[in-house]
Design a protein around this ligand. Sequence first.
Ligand code: FES
Length: 70
Amino acid sequence: MYVCLCHGLNDRQVRAAIDEGRAGSAAQVYQHYECKPRCGKCVPFVRDMVNAAKTVGVSCGRCGDACDCK
Ligand code: FES
C-alpha cells in the first residue's frame, strides 16, 4: 500500500527503514529515502508507523507471555 504518493513510498519501505534501525522518527524515514515531505499528507501515517514500532515489546499489562502485545 502506498503511504506517500508524492514520493511513491509504500508501507513495506517505511517498515523496512524502521525495522533496520535506520529511522527512529518520521523525518528519518524521509531522510533514509532521500526525500522530504512535499504535500505532507503522509506524515501522520509515517509517524504512526514509527510510534507503533516503538511500542512493540511493551506489555499491555493484562496478559501473560502468550499475548500478541509483546
Ligand atoms: S503524500 Fe507524502 S509528501 Fe505528499
